[in-house]
Structure formats: structure tokens, C-alpha cells
Design a protein around this ligand. Structure first.
Ligand SMILES: *Cc1c(COP(=O)(O)O)cnc(C)c1O
Length: 366
């Protein structure tokens, strides 16, 4: 069986270092916001060519805290509207709601699966204050066009980079990352971070994640408890230097899929934008194909020993949690959710496994 993602195998090369680190963690007796978190914040800020990194509990909180910090700064207020892609993992939308802001959904482009920049302007109202592009599946959103719109309407841009560790960012917008185990840079539990060049924003997020406090027992904001765990930061410090290599392996496999999968019942990712501009790059968090007969294909692959996943089966506006939106129509988003299938794609897949996946896909007659 070719697993979709073998986390044990993925982390195995680091086990000796993890064990050593864990022993010194035990010896140290310092569990919260210690040297490892400080070190990771420094390392990851540098990796992102950014001034500040603030480690938080998870990717969702990274987004929520960014919005809450803008509220504390007086740049956002309750009820302001945030432009978000209709085609995203629900966390992007939940974050907007948790900060008492209003998500305004925009259809994706079928070529990129990311927000369609040409449909943003028609959704802008006097209450619109933010655009939240999500670099879905690891592919950069069309940031050049998004930046232009943001400038024209004086909007804040917040990037959901939870699937895009290592893409070349354009512009110095604030970014939210997740280190959920399956992400390109994953820890062994939950973790997240905010990366920004904005001193004031960074200072407030640093306080908000820790009860709104800078000096112990003095609280300046109504904060939360969402700190990157010290031991997870230690694991991330060990894994970060290997992120580029992991991304290169993913890219090499993706290139094989792109050139060797040949089946007219299967739509491969359209990467025509890739490489044309700096903003259109891809770190292949996921390799997502489309077919009208998804259930058949998924079963066929399973029978042939290949595990796949669906990212994602139900669009946010059709979720029970967002019942007031269930009647809305986003046909491109719905089409994507009905047709997508994610193939195994990660650094521990062997060449033979990749060859097998390609062969089995090419032999599918539906
Ligand atoms: C994973 C993910 C998140 C949330 O990250 P968690 O660490 O699971 O909270 C947010 N947005 C996107 C697009 C994600 O893929």
C-alpha cells in the first residue's frame, strides 16, 4: 500500500536528533516560551526574509491573532469585511468569523484553484478592509493583481500561507503559517506562526498569544493562550534546515506527474502561470488532479494499493457550521470540491512508487 502520507517515515530521519533534544528538554525543565521558541522565531523569520516571527498554537490562531491585532491597532473594527476565497480550507473563514469580521466569498479561478483576482473588485464595499489570499495546495495566489487592488482601495492584505512554506513571497504582507504534522514543514503536534515586518503588529500579536501580556501579570489586551510549544519549536528547529530539500523533492515528483500522467479523463494542475512571474510559484503541498468520476478513480487507486485524499470534499459555504450560506451558489468552488483528488506527494515517496502511481493512473479507463 502506498500511503498518502507516511508521517512516521517522514520524521524517521530526525529521530536521533529529536531524542537527544527531548532529553535536554527534560534536563532543562523549561517548558513554555523558552530558548527553542526564541530560536525558532529567529530562524523562521530569517528563512522568510522577514523581521519578526511569533510562534503560536496553530495556524488557525495565527490568522485569528493577526485580525485581532489589527483591531487593537484600530485598523479594523467589528463588522468590517474580509475578502476570502470561497475555495479554501474552512480555517481561513473561521478565523475571520472568530475575529468578529465578515467573510465575503470570492470564486476561484479554475486554472489555479486560488482566488480569482478579476472577481475581487465587484465584491468590494465601503466596509471592505482586508483581502485574505490563501496559497492553496502550495501555489502562490496572483499577488501582483491582488496587491494592485489592495493599493487602489487601501486594503490590508493578510496571507494564509499554511500550505505554502518556502514559496517566494512578493511584498511584505503579514503571513500566517501552520506546522500541523502534514504540512511541508510540520511538527509532531500542533503549531503555527505569524511572520511580519510590521514592528507594532508583531508586538501586539506577541502579547495577544500570551494573555495580552508583555510583563508577567500585567495585561494590556484581552489576549488568549496560544503559544508555540517549546518541544514543538525544538522539533521545528531540527526540521527547518531540511525544508528546502523536502520542497525540491516534492517539486521533482510533481514534475514527473505533470509530464508522465497521460489520461484524458484526468485534469492535471494547470501551471501555466508558474515561472512567468515571481508571484506564481508552487511548493507542492498537494498534487491535486480532477476528474468527473472521482469516486471511481479513488476506488480504483485503492484497489491498486494507492491511497489518495480529497482536499476538500465539502466547500465551506455548504458546511452545517455555516448554515446561513448553504443556499449560496459558487459553481466553480462546488465543481472543484466535487472533482478534486490529491495524489501522494512528499519527500519519502520512492521513484518506484511514483512510477507505479503514474502507470496505474495511465491505465485507468473509467
Ligand atoms: C492547515 C491550514 C490552516 C490551519 O492550520 P492549523 O494549524 O490546522 O490550525 C489554515 N489555513 C489553511 C489553508 C490550512 O491548510
Amino acid at each position: 500500500m502506498i500511503k498518502f502520507l507516511d508521517l512516521h517515515k517522514l520524521n524517521q530521519p530526525f529521530e536521533a536528533e529529536f531524542k537527544e533534544k527531548f532529553q535536554s528538554f527534560l534536563d532543562n525543565g523549561w517548558y513554555i516560551l523558552g530558548n527553542e521558541v526564541n530560536q525558532f522565531e529567529e530562524n523562521f523569520a530569517k528563512y522568510c526574509s522577514s523581521k519578526h516571527c511569533i510562534g503560536v498554537g496553530n495556524g488557525l490562531d495565527a490568522l485569528v491573532l493577526i485580525f485581532k491585532a489589527y483591531v487593537e491597532l484600530g485598523q479594523l473594527q467589528k463588522g468590517d469585511e474580509v475578502i476570502v476565497p470561497a475555495n479554501t480550507y474552512i480555517a481561513s473563514i473561521l478565523a475571520v468569523l472568530q475575529a468578529d469580521l465578515v467573510p465575503v466569498l470570492v470564486e476561484p479561478s479554475l486554472e489555479t484553484y486560488n482566488i480569482n483576482p478579476d472577481l475581487i473588485e465587484e465584491k468590494i464595499s465601503p466596509k471592505t478592509k482586508v483581502i485574505l489570499p490563501v496559497h492553496l495546495y502550495g501555489q502562490s495566489s496572483e499577488m501582483d493583481k491582488i496587491s494592485e487592488i489592495a493599493q487602489k482601495y487601501n486594503l490590508i492584505v493578510v496571507e494564509d500561507a499554511a500550505q505554502a512554506h518556502g514559496i517566494k513571497f512578493t511584498g511584505n504582507y503579514v503571513k500566517a503559517f501552520s506546522f500541523y504534522p502534514g504540512k511541508n514543514l510540520g511538527c509532531l503536534g500542533d503549531g503555527g506562526a505569524v511572520v511580519t515586518d510590521d514592528d507594532k503588529l508583531a508586538e501586539i500579536i506577541r502579547m495577544l498569544r500570551n494573555y495580552g501580556s508583555k510583563v508577567k501579570y500585567e495585561n494590556d489586551f484581552i489576549g488568549v493562550n496560544s503559544r508555540l510549544d517549546e518541544i514543538q519549536a525544538a522539533f521545528l528547529n531540527i526540521k527547518l534546515p531540511h525544508l528546502d530539500a523536502e520542497n525540491e523533492k516534492r517539486s521533482a515528483i510533481a514534475n514527473r506527474y505533470l509530464s508522465e500522467i497521460k489520461n484524458d479523463k484526468i485534469t492535471l494542475p494547470n501551471l501555466s502561470l508558474r515561472g512567468t512571474k515571481q508571484s506564481h510559484n508552487h511548493v507542492f503541498h498537494l498534487f491535486v488532479i480532477r476528474t468527473e468520476k472521482r469516486t471511481d478513480l479513488q476506488n480504483y487507486l485503492k484497489e491498486n494499493g494507492i491511497e489518495t485524499m480529497i482536499h476538500y470534499p465539502i466547500p465551506p459555504h455548504k458546511q452545517n457550521a455555516l448554515s446561513s450560506w448553504n443556499g449560496l451558489s459558487f459553481p466553480i468552488t462546488e465543481k472543484i470540491h466535487n472533482e478534486v483528488l490529491s495524489l501522494p506527494l512528499n519527500g519519502v515517496l520512492t521513484d518506484d512508487e511514483v512510477s507505479k502511481i503514474i502507470k496505474v493512473l495511465n491505465e485507468w479507463t473509467s
